[in-house]
Design a protein around this ligand. Structure first.
Ligand SMILES: NC(=O)c1ccc[n+]([C@@H]2O[C@H](COP(=O)([O-])OP(=O)(O)OC[C@H]3O[C@@H](n4cnc5c(N)ncnc54)[C@H](O)[C@@H]3O)[C@@H](O)[C@H]2O)c1
Length: 448
């Protein structure tokens, strides 16, 4: 195996899985940027697997490296020729060239979501073409590509998916409405926007290409479920969007609020001195959309999507920027509501807050299902909490964190060569919806 991008996510999740395979798997090459060499070598000092060789690339290859540049760089490392598979764990702005380099050698690819990010604010159409190019190359070279997108294997969403499939098949009632609300809960200081490389905004993309992809994927997959009873036009979602950008944040949560909450005078000056003109063209911090899918020219499913980065966070020491500071104290919120006409409503609520609430359970995931008496002889309301999920799935430990377990499970399945719930080809309709949301965002932003 080759790993590209030995950052926080790799070290905290994937490296642990590679350690389980120690003795059965060889890490032939670890690739990262030259500027991160010290930290990356440190990452492996205590690990049960360590790479046979390292490849440290010049910093100029951080953003949208070219395939030719990677061919030249990898050619310097004979170990690369030993690999059967590659894990691509960088920010999406570097995914495509690494994926193409790997599939043209027939390597199996495991890659973080989202599949790619565009290189310039106006180039949103590259989202569709990147997907098509990687898929075409993977088919041509018979190379497998799996996307790490954990809600595909998450026990809570597996239950929801199985319930909905069964309900739609049994009663031939489609999903009529989906509402998704995500709260990012990461507090980025106004002066940090310029520096972020992980989940950046300065390259023109924002929450939609960060965590937002998970929720776009959920909506597209709920629309796919309706194909059991309707001929849904999955390639033609209709959307209207609204978004806030970093400069809008200065208007709504401006320097007077920082002045009141921080006693440190240099903070006020730093906030006041942030050059707002430089923020032009930055990606969205908060995003919302309403939209619909049609079937045979008629309305089939409505949805609304709120991807809100600006929500409560518990970051400590916000004055100091060190390491991964913005994600320290992250407080994610997630709510999904699904209606199937007047016959069933299902909701998911998950606001773990475990890092800030000592009374919080190990994880928080609650499903409520209410059914019309015409479709059930049994209980009309089902409530399943985190402990209930472990009673349904006996193999699910009560103390497992569902997202982490799913991410690890996706990688284990990939390494074992099992069929995956997240093959690249299965992301087609999610990418279609994502690209349409981004195009509409650009159109509305240009018109504003
Ligand atoms: N599935 C999830 O829910 C989930 C959770 C966390 C992160 N992620 C994804 O994982 C990715 C990485 O996140 P992270 O938190 O580890 O970020 P990070 O910045 O800590 O790590 C990224 C690593 O990649 C390296 N890198 C960046 N560009 C490179 C390039 N061109 N060539 C070689 N190395 C390069 C960086 O130096 C760094 O070591 C992101 O795309 C993020 O969206 C997904």
């Amino acid at each position: 195996v080759i790993v590209v991008g030995c950052g926080f996510h790799f070290a905290s999740i994937y490296l642990k899985v590679l350690e389980e395979y120690a003795g059965r798997l060889e890490l032939v090459l670890a690739v990262d940027l030259k500027c991160e060499e010290h930290r990356v070598r440190q990452t492996f000092t205590m690990a049960a697997v360590s790479p046979q060789a390292y490849l440290f690339l010049p910093d100029k290859l951080r953003v949208h490296p070219k395939l030719d540049e990677l061919r030249v760089a990898f050619a310097t490392k004979p170990e690369a020729a030993e690999a059967d598979a590659i894990l691509i764990c960088t920010e999406p702005k570097a995914h495509k060239a690494f994926a193409l380099w790997a599939v043209e050698r027939g390597l199996a690819v495991f890659m973080d979501k989202p599949i790619s990010a565009f290189d310039e604010y106006q180039n949103v159409n590259s989202i569709d073409t990147d997907f098509a190019d990687i898929l075409a190359a993977s088919l041509q070279h018979a190379a497998r590509v799996v996307i790490s997108c954990e809600r595909r294997l998450h026990y809570g969403y597996r239950y929801v998916d199985a319930f909905l499939r069964d309900f739609i098949r049994r009663y031939r009632v489609p999903i009529t409405y989906v509402n998704v609300h995500f709260g990012g809960g990461v507090w980025v200081m106004p002066w940090e926007f310029e520096h972020l490389e992980n989940h950046p905004l300065k390259y023109g993309y924002g929450v939609l290409l960060h965590s937002g992809y998970h929720y776009v994927d959920l909506v597209a997959r709920f629309a796919e479920l309706n194909c059991a009873v309707r001929d849904v036009a999955l390639d033609k979602p209709r959307v209207n969007v609204n978004a806030s950008f970093p400069s809008d944040l200065f208007d709504s949560v401006g320097d007077e609020i920082y002045e009141r909450l921080f006693s440190n005078r240099s903070i006020h000056e730093t906030v006041r001195n942030v050059d707002r003109a430089r923020l032009k063209g930055y990606g969205e911090v908060d995003f919302s959309a309403i939209g619909s899918y049609r079937a045979a020219g008629r309305k089939c499913l409505d949805f609304s999507l709120q991807l809100i980065g600006t929500t409560v966070a518990a970051r400590e020491n916000p004055e100091r920027l060190t390491g991964r500071q913005p994600t320290n104290g992250r407080m994610r919120q997630e709510e999904v509501i699904i209606h199937l006409g007047n016959f069933c409503s299902l909701s998911v609520h998950s606001s773990p807050f475990t890092n800030v609430d000592p009374r919080g359970s190990i994880d928080d995931f609650n499903i409520t299902i209410a059914m019309n008496p015409r479709v059930t002889q049994g209980p009309r309301v089902l409530r399943i909490d985190r402990a209930g999920l472990s009673r349904i799935y006996r193999e699910l430990p009560g103390n497992a964190v569902l997202n982490v377990l799913a991410r690890k499970g996706l990688l284990r399945g990939f390494l074992d060569g099992d069929a995956s719930a997240s093959e690249l080809s299965s992301h087609r309709h999610s990418v279609t919806l994502l690209a349409e949301l981004l195009r509409e965002l650009r159109r509305s932003h240009a018109a504003a």
